[in-house]
Design a protein around this ligand. Structure first.
Ligand SMILES: C[S@@+](CC[C@H](N)C(=O)[O-])C[C@H]1O[C@@H](n2cnc3c(N)ncnc32)[C@H](O)[C@@H]1O
Length: 259
């Protein structure tokens, strides 16, 4: 087949290192009847070995030329190519207990992670290759320099684990940054959630808009009784745990400040 010129606008860095490919597939360990969905199959570095292990594979690829290649290479009964923007895909349509995998386009990684939160109830697990620095933000704890909106918004929904790092040389063309693989497992529905997801995301976004300032200043117009919430009056956004943010959001809903 003709050589494919990597397209920057689609964040195309193709995995070429066989041992990395093997490690990702081993981390996923797909069983024959699992519902596996691959985001951004590209030149099928992961698609091939995933396809060999499951009865049927769904892949989502935005690049028309790559989608056409995939359709030529794999039998339609065994692999469905969804030529689409993953940011607009309704993952609920794939059913339940989904296993989502992808060496993600780094230019859309945060919006894609946020898009997938809406389908967490449909997902068993997600394994993604991302920029190492993004994964550090995802798994950071309160007080860490990397702790921020992404950490709180994802940790409220998933247990996450940084699995291993991947150097730029494992890709063609090599990206400018080091990559890593993360496992994300949705938390059970019984785990504490905010009463209003909207209020929760509003509070978190606003709190981290000025992360170094004291929260009582950043959120001054909401007139919060910090003592009642058992949160230090001098606290900054980066010091509050996920549970603190849930309590804060619920309190603001109870006070009629947010809905
Ligand atoms: C980093 S490459 C990974 C390719 C391949 N999985 C590999 O590991 O070699 C990202 C892939 O995602 C595709 N892509 C980019 N933006 C996308 C989007 N919004 N929706 C679906 N696929 C996308 C790119 O065309 C590319 O094939």
């Amino acid at each position: 087949m003709a050589v494919h010129q990597a397209r920057k606008r689609f964040g195309q860095n193709f995995l070429t290192d066989e041992s990395v490919i093997e490690s990702i597939v081993r981390a996923v360990s797909p069983e024959r009847d699992d519902t596996v969905i691959e985001i951004g199959p590209g030149l099928s570095a992961l698609t091939g070995p995933l396809h060999d292990r499951v009865a049927h594979l769904d892949v989502i690829e935005i690049d028309r030329d790559l989608a056409a290649r995939l359709r030529k290479r794999f039998a339609p009964e065994r692999l469905t190519v969804h030529e689409a923007d993953a940011l607009k895909v309704d993952f609920a349509a794939f059913g339940k207990d989904l296993r989502v995998v992808g060496n993600l386009p780094y230019n859309i990684s945060s919006p894609l992670l946020f898009h997938l939160v809406a389908f967490a109830d449909h997902v068993r697990d997600q394994h993604f290759m991302l920029q190492k620095e993004v994964i550090a933000r995802m798994v950071a704890r309160p007080g860490d320099g990397d702790y921020g909106r992404l950490s709180v918004m994802l940790q409220v929904r998933y247990a996450m684990q940084h699995l291993f790092d991947v150097p730029p040389e494992a890709f063609d063309p090599p990206p400018k940054v080091t990559s890593a693989v993360v496992r994300m497992v949705p938390l059970p529905a019984t785990r504490a959630q905010a009463k209003s997801e909207r209020a929760f995301s509003q509070v978190v976004a606003r709190a981290f808009s000025q992360r170094r300032k004291m929260l009582r200043r950043v959120l001054a117009d909401w007139q919060i009784d910090w003592a009642q919430l058992d949160i230090k009056e001098t606290a900054r956004a980066e010091e509050l745990s996920v549970t603190d943010y849930i309590r804060l959001a619920d309190y603001l809903v109870e006070q009629g400040v947010l809905a």
